[in-house]
Design a protein around this ligand. Structure first.
Ligand code: AMP
Length: 442
């Protein structure tokens, strides 16, 4: 009998997770807030509730005799869902609430890295009160990145010289964070670094760290990496699983940071079992840690999971059982380009609740995959929301072909007020990044 796996979350990332689990032979059950049509179609059964309603999710898993739960987003981790499920003897892919602080508490994360001398950490300070944050900001003789301590949906970080014009604006934003409790209970002020960002995701069983192909995400809303930060507009990966500006030795250093982080968490008695997402900035001094997330990235999950050659169900068991030693993990040597179709105005004033149509057969014929994200299926129609709508992932033997497949497929997504960053994965964009990195390395 097929195994019953419950997937928590209803975005593009979770659609990609479900797709990979179905390929691995699982029967899918799903919990999500909005009805994601892609997941709904692949699932045996659905429960439409908020993913943070811990008791209800646990009861649903018990009622359906679920074998294993895969938690997609960070909010249910912070709400303690993984602990509640483990307490009931149900296997989970997703770290404990304590271990998930790597994402949910930026102060904890930086302090842990410092305590265990994990390479790639930055100069930083963690502040629970306004006055001490102001003192640090005024005395720092280096430019700062300002980060609310808690979750802000990826939109709370502001950096001097970018969103913050000068020290005056930095101090105003710090005040804002305390006055309005943005992201909870305080602020992390850290050294601003300069370089190209990349994502390294890994399967982690508490001790072992098994990497996935590198991905580069594009957070800015508009072409040319301009405009406000978003959840991510699209991403690409290469057939050699590196990036055009990342060398093997850079990857080795980033892996060292990941391994040492997982070891540190184990020593602190909150062993990490789940997917660990490392966001790095490649600088003149090698890769430095921007942040960790306690889950797959969205869009990055859509780049790597379609390439997984081995059985994702087995890997999930390895993670949940705390033993990945016998799990085979291999990814196809292909390139991917993901472009998110978003509502027009996304990042500023999105136009929501408009119909969007995808000709899925034509997308598949173009050599691409469709992953539905924050849309809602109502009476046979798919409606946009104020967030990202549909991820289209072109897959091919090299980046140029993957990008072309993605663009061909995008012609089969129709909507009244939609927007796509077409520059993602294009040659000019890649060349710019390689050139920039060359200049930074000197
Ligand atoms: P985060 O929410 O931590 O991923 O930050 C959002 C974006 O802010 C990142 O993708 C970076 O581009 C930028 N950022 C975060 N921390 C720093 C830093 N220390 N120096 C420079 N840029 C940063």
């Amino acid at each position: 009998m097929a195994e019953k796996i419950l997937v928590v979350g209803g975005g593009g990332r979770e659609h990609a997770i479900v797709d990979a689990l179905v390929r691995g032979g699982a029967d899918i059950y799903a919990v999500m807030k909005n009805r994601n049509p892609g997941i709904a179609r692949l699932a045996k059964d659905l429960l439409l509730i908020k993913e943070t309603e811990v008791a209800k999710v646990v009861r649903y898993a018990q009622d359906r005799s679920i074998d294993l739960v895969v938690i997609g987003p960070e909010a249910p981790l912070e709400a303690g869902l993984s602990d509640a499920l483990r307490n009931e003897g149900i296997g989970v892919v997703g770290p404990s609430k304590k271990a998930a602080r790597m994402e949910t508490d930026k102060g904890f994360a930086r302090s842990l890295l410092a305590k265990h001398a994990v390479p790639g950490n930055l100069r930083f300070g963690v502040f629970a009160d306004h006055a001490s944050a102001v003192k640090f900001a005024k005395e720092a003789d280096f430019p700062l990145a300002v980060k609310p301590i808690g979750l802000t949906g990826g939109k709370g970080v502001k950096v001097e010289g970018e969103q913050l014009a000068d020290k005056k604006e930095t101090l105003a934003y710090v005040k804002d964070i305390f006055d309005h409790s943005i992201g909870g209970v305080g602020v992390v002020l850290e050294e601003k670094i300069v370089g190209e960002e990349f994502t390294l995701q890994a399967f982690v069983d508490g001790g072992r760290v098994i990497p996935m192909p590198l991905v580069q995400d594009h957070k800015r809303a508009f072409e040319g990496d301009l405009g406000p930060n978003t959840g991510g507009m699209g991403s690409y990966s290469l057939q050699d699983h590196l990036l055009p500006f990342v060398r093997k030795e850079d990857l080795a250093k980033a892996m060292e940071s990941m391994n040492r982080t997982v070891e540190a968490l184990r020593k602190e008695e909150c062993a990490y079992q789940g997917v660990l997402y490392g966001q790095f900035m490649l600088t003149a001094n090698g890769p430095r840690i921007i942040e960790f997330n306690a889950r797959f990235g969205d869009p990055e999950a859509m780049n790597v999971l379609p390439l997984l050659d081995s059985n994702f169900v087995e890997i999930c068991h390895g993670i949940a059982d705390g033993d990945l030693s016998s799990s085979k993990v291999s990814f196809a040597k292909l390139a991917t380009v993901c472009k998110y179709v978003v509502p027009a105005g996304y990042g500023l004033e999105p136009k929501a609740n408009l119909p969007i149509e995808v000709d899925e057969e034509a997308v598949a014929k173009a050599g691409a995959k469709v992953f539905y994200a924050a849309v809602n299926e109502e009476r046979g129609r798919i409606l946009t929301s104020s967030s990202r709508a549909v991820g289209i992932v072109g897959i091919a033997s090299d980046l140029e072909r993957a990008e072309a497949n993605c663009e061909r497929a995008l012609k089969h997504v129709r909507g009244e007020a939609i927007y796509v960053r077409h520059d993602i994965g294009r040659k000019e964009m890649i060349e710019r990044k390689v050139e920039r990195m060359r200049a930074i390395r000197g």
